[in-house]
Design a protein around this ligand. Structure first.
Ligand SMILES: Nc1ncnc2c1ncn2[C@@H]1O[C@H](COP(=O)(O)OP(=O)(O)OP(=O)(O)O)[C@@H](O)[C@H]1O
Ligand SMILES: [Mg+2]
Length: 279
């Protein structure tokens, strides 16, 4: 069996262009989104068959960061960590509903990942006008991707509508692996210390060791809840209360209830969702 290539083989080092602006002409590029990593730009695709691609540029800067040098060191460390984690997951995975990597580049001034441009934008944008049928279809596409990750012992760590993108073929694609974790031993339970408020399972707030796969399933449940109940998730929202009061089909209610169980042991796993064998 061929030895697995070290991570550095997957990251090009660009010695020709001085800055990322120079290489991808970012001055005029449209910003597709901004977040914890930095920003995502729409650029001309230098490597693929399509005209455009999305370029994620890692700066690791948060709005709250001041410009002091120690904060800038922290930003660089954070950017490096998010970048390496994301590249590491993307290079291991191949699934129609997981964001692939076209290329990754280490430049003198920044770290970037080039990926296919998803012209439908994020699920957040279209959520309010989704029919129940569309919501179910997107949900099961993402559940299949999450099942694939979990079978590979990878936890996504930040499942939410803004990390789900819609392709020009109307497929839901799970993206943003900056908070992912490889958990090679299924029995090991790791403490999850970050995610997005409102999407984090109740057990993560208890400051104890948790099963991170079940934490992903809760976030997937909140995502389905937001797509079908059409309300904004939040840390003090009683999701099951809204499910009980909503006029949904019994099977959709059962699905939501199995994902939003407060007790992780009662919560559905990704394989149970995909195989239709809910607890
Ligand atoms: N491939 C893409 N095609 C189109 N838009 C994209 C693409 N990748 C990202 N975006 C847009 O950029 C936003 C931020 O991307 P991403 O989630 O990868 O970055 P982030 O900095 O980790 O964000 P956050 O901290 O908010 O989770 C997405 O919500 C989406 O709107
Ligand atoms: Mg994101």
């Amino acid at each position: 069996m061929a030895a697995r290539k070290p991570l550095s083989h997957f990251i090009d080092i660009d010695l020709v262009h001085r800055t990322v602006e120079d290489k991808f002409q970012l001055q005029d590029a449209k910003v597709l989104g901004e977040g914890m990593c930095g920003a995502v730009f729409l650029v001309k695709n230098p490597v693929g068959k399509t005209d455009f691609a999305a370029l994620k540029v890692f700066t690791g800067k948060r709005e709250s960061d001041s410009s002091s040098s120690s904060n800038s060191d922290h930003s660089q460390e954070r950017a490096e960590k998010l970048f390496r984690t994301e590249v590491n997951v993307m290079r291991q995975c191949q699934h129609p509903n997981l964001m692939p990597m076209l290329h990754s580049v280490r430049m003198a001034d920044s770290l970037c990942i080039l990926m296919p441009y998803m012209s439908g934008g994020s699920l957040n944008r279209v959520m309010r006008r989704l029919t129940l049928q569309q919501a179910r279809r997107y949900f099961f596409q993402i559940a299949d991707a999450v099942n694939y990750l979990h079978q590979k012992k990878i936890v996504h760590g930040d499942i939410k509508p803004s990390n789900i993108l819609i392709s020009s073929e109307d497929q839901a694609v799970l993206s943003d692996f900056g908070l992912s974790k490889c958990v090679p031993n299924y029995r090991v339970e790791v403490f999850v210390d970050h995610g997005t408020r409102g999407f984090m399972a109740p057990e993560t707030l208890a400051d104890e060791r948790v099963n991170p796969f079940k934490v992903d399933m809760y976030a997937l449940g909140v995502t389905l809840w937001a797509m079908t109940i059409k309300k904004k998730p939040g840390p003090s929202v009683d999701y099951l209360h809204h499910v009980n009061r909503a006029s949904l089909t019994p099977s959709l209610k059962h699905l939501l209830e199995s994902l939003l169980q407060k007790k992780p042991s009662l919560r559905a796993s990704a394989s149970q969702v995909v195989e239709g064998s809910l607890p």
